[in-house]
Design a protein around this ligand. Structure first.
Ligand SMILES: Cc1ncc(COP(=O)(O)O)c(C=O)c1O
Length: 399
């Protein structure tokens, strides 16, 4: 057999890890706090049923939904992004700054196609969203971790690493970070945008959780501080609409959007027309606001129950984050407990979570006591039972 491309070897560890992650997400017998899925009740099935019925009966819209489309994406969906999602976040953009992509992750992929040569450096958080690391590995980039504290990336370390490594991109999830749930402060957002401009580095602001907030004040995006076009926003409809629709959007300066579009033409021509039409109609017909309120209320309640149960049942000395939104609570277990080793025992009790160690990219002997818990996708009674059971297991092991 001919040799595989170099990228196959380069991504083999992260790819193997991702295989396991996606494989485990669909086991119905397990109470899973592990994946990143939204709650089934948060998927707007009834609304989409009625929209689809009408749309497919209409000659013009029905044809648009099933026909080839343009690569930038449906104009009315891009318009909804501008007016309903970007303007309220203080981002000045028009439809030509917006490219509709196939799932939020496609922006990372396209941006790497445009910028990354093998060996280029991308600065990432510690810990970092592993799925994007897998993409960076595929492009044979070198991901270098930067220090994070309770409020995310530490700017002094970012600046030092810019000087040391001359990265092309700094990748960050600034709001309700995956996996830690932390949120970068306004001052640091501003500073990061400035660093991008000062050192000529792309700031990749991956923000799929920003609109799912349960408490605290909305913060400006990094993009809103960008004066030179160095910040690129990646966002997704997966968490507030439907992950199966595979819809997301990139926001960038117009010349870069055109290059991302060229890369997308060469990759998959355009994002599914049917999914775009359904999503555009969802916004146009005014369903988003009530739906948004409904899912935030549901998730707020689940977050609060999970926090309460962690505090009640996890062993003394456990540390955890308090996410103001998003899906995840990050836990540090006390007393040398190893979350990776304990996962097998938890799974025997039909409960799973995500052990944190593999998310510390390029770092050794860090994070073996950490775990990410998704509170969004478990029913309340399952959160109570599952967290209590985990707490008992961890407490027993500590003894
Ligand atoms: C930080 C982050 N970025 C991007 C995505 C990608 O979402 P999508 O499913 O739309 O590709 C996710 C999904 O979990 C995420 O957590």
């Amino acid at each position: 057999m001919p040799a595989y491309a170099n990228r196959v070897k380069n991504m083999q560890d992260s790819a193997l890890y991702m295989r396991g992650l996606f494989g485990g997400m669909t086991n119905p017998d397990i109470i899973s706090f592990g994946g990143g899925a939204p709650a089934p009740q948060a998927l707007p099935a009834d609304i989409l049923h009625s929209i689809a019925n009408e749309v497919l009966k209409s000659d013009a819209r029905g044809c648009e939904a099933l026909q080839y489309s343009n690569t930038m994406g449906l104009k009315d969906l891009r318009q909804a992004v501008v007016s309903e999602l970007l303007a309220p976040s203080g981002v000045e953009a028009d439809v030509d700054n917006v490219l509709i992509v196939t799932g939020g992750l496609e922006t990372m992929n396209l941006l790497c196609q445009v910028y990354i040569n093998p060996g280029d450096v991308i600065l990432v958080e510690s810990p970092a969203f592993i799925h994007c690391i897998d993409i960076f590995n595929m492009f044979e980039a070198k991901s270098i971790p930067c220090e994070c504290d309770d409020i995310g990336l530490v700017m002094e370390d970012v600046e030092a690493k810019i000087k040391q490594y001359q990265p092309k991109i700094i990748y960050t999830v600034p709001t309700f970070h995956n996996p830690t749930g932390k949120t970068l402060t306004t001052e640091r957002r501003k500073r990061l945008a400035e660093l991008g401009s000062e050192y000529d580095v792309i700031i990749l602001e991956d923000d799929p959780y920003r609109d799912i907030r349960y408490s605290g004040e909305t913060l400006p995006t990094i993009k809103s501080f960008d004066k030179t076009g160095h910040t690129v926003m990646a966002n997704s409809f997966s968490k507030m609409f439907s992950p199966g629709s595979r819809l997301g959007y990139a926001v960038a300066r117009k010349d870069l959007i055109l290059l991302l579009m060229d890369a997308k033409i060469a990759t998959n021509s355009h994002t599914s027309s049917l999914d775009q039409v359904l999503c555009a109609e969802f916004f146009k017909r005014g369903y988003y606001r009530d739906h948004h309120q409904k899912i935030c209320d549901l998730y707020r309640q689940r977050r609060d129950i999970m926090l309460e149960c962690i505090d009640k049942y996890f062993p003394q000395g456990t540390k955890r984050t308090y996410p103001d939104g998003g899906f995840y609570i990050w836990v540090e277990l006390p007393g040398g407990l190893d979350s990776g080793q304990l996962l097998a025992e938890a799974e025997k009790k039909n409960i799973s979570y995500l052990a944190g160690e593999s998310w510390f990219v390029g770092e050794k002997n860090v994070g073996s006591n950490t775990m990410r818990l998704n509170f969004a996708n478990a029913k309340e009674e399952n959160i109570r039972y599952g967290i209590k059971t985990l707490g008992q297991l961890f407490t027993e092991k500590l003894k």
